[in-house]
Design a protein around this ligand. Sequence first.
Ligand code: SF4
Length: 337
Amino acid sequence: METNETRKTLLEVKDLRTYFKTDAGVVKAVDGISFKLSQGETLGIVGESGSGKSVTNLSIMRLIQSPPGKIVGGEILFEGDDILKVPESELRSIRGNKISMIFQDPMTSLNPFLKISTQMVETILLHQDMSKKEALKKSIDMLKLVGIPAAEERIHSYPHQFSGGMRQRVMIAMALSCEAKILIADEPTTALDVTIQAQILELIQELAQKLDTAVILITHDLGVVAGLCDTVCVMYAGKIVEKANTDELYARPSHPYTDGLIKSVPRLDKAQNGKLFSIEGQPPNVIDLPPCCPFHPRCSRKMEICTKQYPPVVDLGKGHEVACWLYAENKENSTDE
Ligand code: SF4
């Protein structure tokens, strides 16, 4: 059986930095993150609003609006080639064709004035060499695959004639219709009610396995990640603070922020004494952050050094990494620097 270690690396993000220039200062939305994604792997990127998770994925798609945003450093290697060096004219062959994205609200991506058939066929023809008739057949097949009943008739409907959950299914069908190798799903179920959320997440997982597509799932909810992702990156203030395979992360959450996120997930199998845990305080303003641990004002385990220096990344083994002074060997020596 292929494991993540033996599978081919599709995407490698190295020291990515995406900054935004504002009147108040420079927002370091993504500040030096690195991770890998293998074929067929599902990677969760988790964090609160403003942690940099969506900017990470917009950077991968080269969709950062400039100005005010700019990718100021790093590499994004897709099958070995740096996406950041690909000329704008060639980006279309990557977006949609090799890397697809589905957003929170399908109504922002679907054109309300065009039938689903028109939108799906156009997308397929843009990226694949086939006739209109073949593209229509493929579109119907994709709608069937994502569970749209009576797909032959429904394909000629407009987006508003579908429910929220069905629209998200249509978006998934469109995103996967060009056989993209990577699907980026940015909070794909936030706008849906709870029962539909579970169905959509199951659908993404099922299709990813069937089509051997790698998935990057962006979410603020570590509960969503548990049953779906192979690996997890936890982001805080533009940096990855903990990275591990999902089972390892749940068994040994090491960063106090990850620990807080896991404790905030409602559990049916554990008594909560009527009160759900929440991490105190607010995420920091990422404009001109001081060079210390940005989580320290909210951390119950902070030490003096945490308020002075950014923690080193410590390898805990089995691919588990954490950026926290609690695990650094040289913390006493470093305090005086
Ligand atoms: Fe808490 Fe210090 Fe670790 Fe930051 S580095 S999470 S403040 S213990």
